[in-house]
Design a protein around this ligand. Structure first.
Ligand SMILES: Nc1ncnc2c1ncn2[C@@H]1O[C@H](COP(=O)(O)OP(=O)(O)OP(=O)(O)O)[C@@H](O)[C@H]1O
Ligand SMILES: [Mg+2]
Length: 262
């Protein structure tokens, strides 16, 4: 089992879009996938054509059969859930006291463990980012090829270092450029700068900017379903295949018990 966290320093860079669609692409490649929303915005459900407002979610029920949905796109999904302010504060306080809360619950899936757990997180530093990084084998730091995203990268690396310092099974933080356009001079230049400064930490592909990604969200569908031929969908499928290759070479058995890796 591999745990992959989508993280970012800056908001609105495409973490939720990529988490949902990469999870679906992995499922289409025959992998068993559990997608977990760690963001109080509850936005992942919008990409899965689901309205899980009537269920408990991770905030109330943790990782359990009652918090898990089977989405129409072949992935199991745990929404964040709707919580009262006091419930949210209580949940955050439990997470602060137990930095391995999520890791332990994923490990407890035992025989029910999927091949991939995909985590969506809120932007920037938070207790949810800390939990995600404490459970992840790989973090994908989503960045836009622009100056604002570029400036958040050092902080993202320092957060990843801080939260994964004690982990021997953390493969690293890789930067993933989203909404890339080779028609944009700025995009091309920023990507070249990323290559120069962070080449060894750059995912060897970018996800193209495609209007269909935003349109799909308006129809509450994953872009892979809405338009499988658009540039973003093609790149997401390539990204999923790259992750499968990575997982095979990362040295962790697909069904390995996480608790043995701690
Ligand atoms: N490759 C892409 N091409 C075009 N639009 C995209 C692409 N990826 C994401 N978007 C659009 O960018 C916007 C932000 O995406 P998303 O909500 O996934 O970002 P986020 O990082 O999860 O945001 P937040 O930090 O608020 O959680 C959405 O309108 C989405 O449709
Ligand atoms: Mg999001």
């Amino acid at each position: 089992m591999q745990v992959i966290a989508f993280i970012s320093g800056k908001g609105g860079v495409g973490k939720t879009t990529l988490a949902a669609n990469v999870a679906i692409a992995l499922a289409r490649e025959g992998k068993r996938v559990l997608l977990i929303d760690l963001d109080v915005q509850n936005a992942l459900r919008l990409h899965l054509a689901m309205d899980p407002l009537d269920i408990a979610g991770i905030v109330r029920d943790g990782i359990s059969p009652t918090s898990m949905f089977r989405s129409p796109f072949g992935v199991k999904f745990i929404p964040f859930g709707i919580a009262l302010k006091t419930e949210l504060e209580e949940f955050e306080s439990v997470l602060k006291q137990h930095p391995a809360w999520l890791l332990d619950r994923i490990a407890a899936l035992g025989k029910q463990a999927p091949d991939f757990v995909v985590l969506d997180t809120p932007p920037g530093s938070s207790v949810f980012l800390q939990q995600a990084l404490s459970a992840a084998h790989l973090a994908l730091g989503v960045v836009l090829a622009d100056a604002a995203s570029f400036s958040t990268i050092p902080r993202l690396f320092s957060l990843a270092n801080e939260y994964t310092r004690a982990r021997h099974d953390f493969y690293g933080l890789k930067l993933l450029v989203n909404q890339f356009s080779d028609q944009s001079h700025l995009c091309v230049q920023v990507r070249a700068a990323l290559q120069a400064d962070y080449g060894h930490s750059l995912v060897p592909m970018a996800v193209r900017c495609a209007e269909e990604a935003a349109e799909a969200l308006a129809f509450e569908q994953p872009v892979l379903e809405y338009d499988s031929a658009c540039g973003a969908s093609q790149d997401i499928v390539r990204l999923a295949r790259w992750l499968i290759k990575w997982s095979a070479s990362a040295g962790f058995g697909v069904h390995q018990d996480l608790s043995l890796l701690r």
